[in-house]
Every structure is written in C-alpha cells, then in structure tokens.
Design a protein around this ligand. Structure first.
Ligand code: PHE
Length: 346
C-alpha cells in the first residue's frame, strides 16, 4: 500500500538521520548535516514539497508524519549543537588555561604626597572654623596677582627675575602667591567672607629652601569690626591643632602692600620648643608665613567700603609646614620623586 510505503520511507529517513547524527563529532560536520536535512534543498523540505503530489485522503496523515520527523530532526540537531558547543568551549578553556601558580607582579604601595597630606590637614582645621575653600587659576592676570593687591608696576616682585611671565602674553603670569584668590573671592561674593585657598604658586627661585613651584595656603576673613587679635587667635589655634602641641605664635611687624598693618607669622621652634637651637638660629622662633589686616586700598579695588568692612589675611608655605612637622631639611626633596623619600610618609 502506498501509505505503508511512504511511512516506511519516512521511517527509513528517520533511522538514517539517527545513524548520521550519532556519528557527528564536531560543529562544522553538524552544520553540514543540518543543511542536508532542513536546509532549503534538504530531505525534510523535499518531503514537504512532495506532499502536494499525494492524494488528498493520504495527505493529512502523511503531513503529520513528516512533521513528526521534522520536529525530531530539529530537536536532535539542537541538542547535539548544545553538547558540541559546550564541549568545544571546554576544550578551548582547557587549552588557554592560565597558570595561577605563577607569582604575580607586586603592585607598588602608593601613598599621598606629604605636601598634599599637610594641605588636607590644614584645610580641615580651617574648615572647622567656618572657612570655605576657594580656588583660582595658576596662570593669572597681573591685575589679580599684583595691581588689585596694591602692588604697583614698579614693585620688585614684578621683576622678570622673580616672576614667570607667559611668553607672548604680556599681562599673564604664573601666580606668585595665592593672594589673587582673595581678590577673585571679594569680587564674586559679598561679605561676610571666610575663605581659604590652598594651591601651587611659582617664583623664579631654586635653593635648599626654595623651589620654582611650591604650595601656599591663603586665608581671608572680611566682616565688620575685625581686629588683629582675631587673626592671632586663629593662627594660634591652627598651630596647636596642626602640631598637636602648645607652641606659641608671635606676629613680627613687617610689610606687605596688601595688608596694613602687616606681620610675619613666627611660631615657637618645633625642634627645641622655643629654647633655641641650630634650626631656629638660637632665636626660638621659626617663620611660617605672612599676614595682616586687609589694606583699605585692596577693599577699594574690589569696590568695598573700607569704612564699613574690615578683615585679615594670611598666607603660609605648605612645604615649610611639612618640613617643620616631619623634620625635612631640603625642600627640593618634595619634588624629586625619590620613592624612598616619599614612602617615609605612607
Ligand atoms: N602673599 C604673601 C606672600 O606670598 C603672604 C601674605 C598673604 C601676606 C596674606 C599677608 C597676607 O608672601
């Protein structure tokens, strides 16, 4: 009977497929088998096409049978693909295996630069007193670096040998101090002001206690009825907090064009607690910065009424503070990137 023949043929096909697929060992061979069976000209589509020629009465039952074989072929191909794929992945992983027993390359231990560490400590001390950090550019306009700070054109600090000018830009300098940030802040916000500005500054200097680039921290307070005692009290507090010891501060009369009166800030020598030693040249005092009451001329240059407002400012060298805290004798060692030196601070 025709039906039986067709059934047999499909059974044969099914068996043939089983033999073939069980012999397949790798993915490329499986792909060939897939094309051979369910590709456009494959056995299954061919059966489907032939279905049209079969008498209508048999078509349904034969169609079902073909579909059964088709489903079986597809699912077998799929299953085999999964197995072979996993197998080839494992083989690949096996081949590319990393030898974890090899000793690793140790990563160098890093640490914060001592000057940054000190900067962060000082920022914290002043922040606790209500001072806000302000920043300014390192390439600065002469107006902010000198003019607005009451430093006239003929001031010695403006000389070529002291200051780095920007080639081709007559009015731009690498800022020689952090004081221009005072001006920028006063122009941007109305008093009362309590700000600090830590940052890099540049001067044409190079010896054991000077480097062409160094760091300062600037402080400015503007309010009503500010007196020099407020300034002294703040500096006293800072030294005590920073050095963790009761080392006195004294203000020694000095001159800065942007403060009046002006003073050098000295602190009792950290090495001899003020008794006198080689480092403090037997004076018992060490200079750490400059300060003073904001000069009325500075207030005028930022359009603040000096009759109404008063304030103080101070500036300190961060390298100097670091040298005193950690007993470093040559300032240049901060910038030589000698790992042995830097690791001392980790
Ligand atoms: N800008 C001064 C300097 O670099 C320090 C200073 C700051 C002095 C603020 C007085 C007030 O030498």
């Amino acid at each position: 009977m025709a039906t039986t023949e067709k059934e047999l043929t499909l059974d044969d096909l099914s068996r043939l497929f089983e033999t073939q697929i069980s012999a397949i060992q790798d993915l490329p061979a499986l792909e060939n088998l897939r094309v051979e069976w369910i590709g456009k000209k494959g056995h299954i589509p061919l059966q489907m096409r032939n279905l049209g020629k079969v008498a209508e009465a048999e078509r349904k039952i034969l169609g079902q049978k073909i579909n059964e074989v088709k489903t079986k072929v597809e699912s077998e191909l799929d299953r085999k693909h999964k197995t072979l794929f996993a197998q080839s992945l494992n083989e690949q992983l096996e081949k590319e295996r990393v030898d974890v027993t090899l000793p690793g390359v140790p990563l160098a231990k890093t640490c914060e630069h001592p000057v940054w560490k000190v900067q962060a400590e000082l920022v914290k001390i002043f922040s606790n007193c209500g001072f806000v950090v302000e920043m300014g550019p390192e390439v600065e306009h002469e107006f902010f670096n000198f003019d607005a700070l009451n430093m006239p054109k003929n001031h010695p600090a403006r000389a070529m040998q002291d200051t780095f000018y920007i080639a081709g830009e007559k009015e731009l300098v690498l800022r020689t101090h952090t004081s221009p940030v005072q001006i920028r802040t006063m122009l941007l916000q109305p008093p009362p002001i309590r700000m600090i500005c830590p940052g890099r500054v540049y001067r044409s200097d190079y010896d054991p206690t000077h480097s062409p680039m160094f760091h300062q921290i600037e402080g400015l307070l503007v309010d009503q009825d500010v007196v020099m005692g407020d300034l002294k009290g703040l500096l006293d507090h800072m030294v005590k907090e920073f050095f963790g010891a009761s080392l006195g501060v004294r203000l020694r009369p000095s001159f800065f064009p942007f403060t009046e009166p002006s003073a050098e800030v000295d602190m009792a020598c950290v090495f001899c607690s003020g008794k006198g030693c080689k480092t403090c040249k037997q004076t018992g005092w060490i200079e750490i910065g400059g300060c003073g009451m904001v000069d009325p001329e500075v207030f005028k240059s930022v359009d603040l009424n000096p009759e109404k407002w008063s304030g103080f400012a101070f500036g300190m060298g961060l390298e100097r503070m670091t040298m005193l805290k950690y007993g470093v004798s040559d300032l240049r060692s901060f910038f030589e990137s000698d790992q042995r030196f830097l690791r001392e601070f980790s």
